[in-house]
Design a protein around this ligand. Sequence first.
Ligand SMILES: C[S@@+](CC[C@H](N)C(=O)[O-])C[C@H]1O[C@@H](n2cnc3c(N)ncnc32)[C@H](O)[C@@H]1O
Length: 534
Amino acid sequence: MTQSATDSNAGIANCYIAPSSVCVNAAGKRVGNGLFSKHDSKAGESVIRIKRPLMASLETERLSDTCANCFVWTEGSSFGSRLYVKEGTKVQTCAGCKRFRYCSRACQKEAWVRGHKHECKNLKHISDRELPKAVLGCMELLVRKKYGLIPDEEWGALCRLDTHMEDFKRNGRYGGIELMALGTREFSFTQDTFDKDFVAAMYARILANSLTLMTPSFDPLGIMIDPTLCHINHSCEPNAYIMMDGSEVHLRILKDVKKDEELYISYVDPTNPFARRRSELQERWFFDCRCSKCKRGPTQQEDAFLVKPEDAPQKCKDYADSLLKRENSPADDPANYVGDSLDERRMAALQGELFNAFAEQQKVGSIEHAITIGKNTIEFCRSSGVWPEHRQPLPALRDDLIVNLLAAQQYEAAWAQCAKRYRHVTPKLFPEAHHPIRVIQGWQMAMLAQYLASTGKEVAPGVDMAVMAALLIGNTHAAAKLSHGSDSAFCKSIEEKFHEVRDEVASRFGSGDRLNAALKKQEKLLMNMGDVDI
Ligand SMILES: C[S@@+](CC[C@H](N)C(=O)[O-])C[C@H]1O[C@@H](n2cnc3c(N)ncnc32)[C@H](O)[C@@H]1O
């Protein structure tokens, strides 16, 4: 076995593959596999560690500012919270292909040995052509296989992944796949090794099975595929999640699992309502979800309104009626389905309108415009009298609004939204203190508090932003050990900040009762700030 095979399989000893209870046919027979835990595992444990996924391919926009080997994103936008990226990190273009960039000679060398030396000259001729990430990823796999750089065992596992060709034929994407595969075969100079049907199947496999390549703060960078990771089934109430640390991929435990329990990640945003989750899973992964949460139906908090649809305020019903009269009413999209009664269709129409606003907020070019959409839609939800703070897409709208306010340097307004989220949204959506999204949000907020402290402005009466920052960094520090792992670059950077901030507040309050009282006071003020209507 080659070095790369040994490395990439280094950390899967804690799990095994066996028939899954969610992959069953109409007769109830188990027809697909899943990944199971070999031992009792506690929340925060890493049960799989893969040095690098078999294939990873960056988004076109990330090729210019991200290392194609270790995936360090040099230009990230998450306001001050990306301290795990070493200051001054830059990427340099490969002089040959002029497409990929690397942050160091060591990264360039690693990529070269892994297979880039065989594709660099091929890519050189087409350096001015934009190629989709799936094409680049597929080219990489084909070239590495052609030159014997992927062990048979791993290649076999990759080839056993479902191509979903029949599904692609049904949804009309098959033609596009054939076309892309032709280009992939030609650009990679692998016509002598693989026939066109094989390449089309591999391309389809990538589309149907890849996971999102991301930073430790969940900024999407591209796609990745790995035969081991591809055995993990989906659940809308997952007990595990994938976390990246540089090029390393970990499967970490979210909720304690017992020996022989199946491990699940969520392929989609599990905080979305029932019909939206299922529709996304069907569209992108071609299956009807059979997870424990879906089995309970649309009865969970993510499907609840503040009042029953029939009790919605008349003003809200009138507005929904105007949406129902539209030719393409959002209520007709199965992803917005709430129920068949008129009042439920009204709620479906409202929901569709909100998700459209969210899409618009993400699409518009100007930050100011995105802020206006975000604020107006949030205000609409608040005044509707039916929309809970934690029902999507309201939390997603607020998350984006915070990012945009930070980009527009409207720090106090961003803080107010963060306080609202901290108080009313995060604990509902992510009840576990070590939930990685909760940790990322806490860290972002801590950095914002630290910045506001440095301005010396009084954000609200009695608020001491330096102590607030210490409170938030302390909480994040403890939780990040579980969410990201003590050895991760992310956790180490928090650790450093934690010591720095703790020393600072200790110099003002000592380290005993006075400090605890100061922290408690700020926690209370933070809760009050979260209660303000915005
Ligand atoms: C990436 S594969 C996961 C591994 C796969 N079960 C196997 O045997 O290789 C994704 C496929 O697993 C099945 N699957 C995953 N999660 C599921 C769920 N919650 N309910 C039903 N099927 C699921 C679907 O067929 C889906 O297309």
